[in-house]
Design a protein around this ligand. Structure first.
Ligand code: HEC
Ligand code: HEC
Ligand code: HEC
Ligand code: HEC
Ligand code: HEC
Length: 176
């Protein structure tokens, strides 16, 4: 299904649900979760190596205002170390070229919600204090990331129920 049709379908379900009062705010049935395959990146970046040198998650994923996204680090941040560290590595040469040309490295996404779902890192991490690992697993131990936690509608709603956060459809979907 194309993204545009996906949002239309959700809007239609939401509208029908509100009109006929059939939409409950109970979580849907749990879906079985299978962890994803390791995601091969354009540059073999290891979280394990970089957490090992004393960096913090927010050093690279700054959650800049308005904070929907955690964000990816700019290549200048990488080169602060790599101007000296492993500068002759072919991988680091690619990072240096990306910085020079101003073209951001095209990291492949590991976690991504559909465009009709609203999510905020600012609210979950800074305001509610949920640790990154609850939603992304043991990142600091990984050389290569893969989806290790489910982020489907059931998982979102189950946690909202536990935290007594709202499960109104419009919290996560725009019913326009
Ligand atoms: C605080 C310093 C620091 C920062 C910032 C940093 N790195 Fe590193 N990086 C290291 C160290 C230390 C190593 C391990 C070097 C070794 O194996 O001797 C490393 C290793 C690597 C390697 C493996 C190189 C090879 O050929 O073995 C890659 C690729 C890499 N970093 C990419 C990045 C990218 C991309 C960024 C930015 C998102 C980044 N690094 C930011 C310190 C840093
Ligand atoms: C040195 C910078 C650096 C640090 C420190 C760092 N990351 Fe990352 N992170 C990256 C880069 C570069 C990528 C893209 C490559 C990849 O997916 O491995 C990434 C990707 C991710 C992704 C996948 C995003 C997606 O959906 O595509 C998650 C989740 C993540 N990091 C979480 C964390 C957490 C949690 C920590 C702390 C434990 C952390 N990162 C520390 C640089 C960093
Ligand atoms: C409550 C669950 C939750 C928590 C806590 C959380 N994330 Fe995420 N993260 C998500 C979801 C959902 C997505 C996909 C969002 C999207 O597609 O817009 C995501 C996407 C990402 C991405 C890639 C896209 C982006 O937003 O830039 C990175 C990087 C990331 N998270 C890092 C982190 C880090 C670092 C922390 C801790 C500081 C963290 N996340 C805490 C659920 C969470
Ligand atoms: C680990 C528990 C947890 C998970 C998993 C989780 N949430 Fe939340 N979420 C919360 C809590 C707690 C709040 C209330 C935060 C507050 O207002 O202090 C919240 C609030 C929200 C809000 C309101 C934001 C605002 O602007 O006030 C939205 C939207 C939301 N979550 C979407 C999602 C989506 C979409 C997912 C799944 C991809 C998800 N959440 C997964 C705990 C969670
Ligand atoms: C806490 C956040 C959250 C709340 C509250 C929420 N949803 Fe969702 N919804 C999601 C997420 C995340 C997805 C995407 C699921 C996926 O990608 O597997 C989704 C997907 C959907 C879809 C698309 C079909 C599908 O399964 O992918 C429909 C329709 C939908 N939601 C309707 C609703 C209705 C009706 C309500 C109110 C009862 C509601 N949602 C409440 C997060 C939420």
């Amino acid at each position: 299904m194309s993204p545009a049709r996906g949002s239309l379908a959700v809007a239609a379900v939401l509208a029908a649900g509100f009109v006929f009062g059939q939409v409950s705010s109970k979580p849907p049935e749990p879906k079985p979760f299978t962890p994803g395959e390791p995601v091969e990146q354009p540059i073999p970046f290891s979280h394990k190596t970089h957490m090992g040198v004393g960096l913090k998650c927010l050093d690279c994923h700054a959650i800049k205002a308005p904070g929907d996204f955690a964000g990816f680090p700019a290549e200048t941040r990488c080169m602060a170390c790599h101007a000296a560290v492993k500068k002759d590595s072919p991988h680091i040469r690619k990072v240096a070229e990306a910085r020079k040309s101003g073209t951001a490295i095209a990291w492949k996404r590991v976690y991504e919600v559909k465009e009709f779902v609203y999510f905020s890192h600012e609210v979950h991490h800074r305001k509610a204090g949920v640790d990154c690992g609850v939603c992304h697993g043991k990142v600091a131990e990984r050389d290569v990331l893969f989806q290790e936690k489910p982020l489907d509608m059931y998982s979102c709603m189950k946690c909202h129920e536990q935290y007594k956060a709202s499960n109104d459809c419009q919290l996560c979907h725009d019913a326009q």
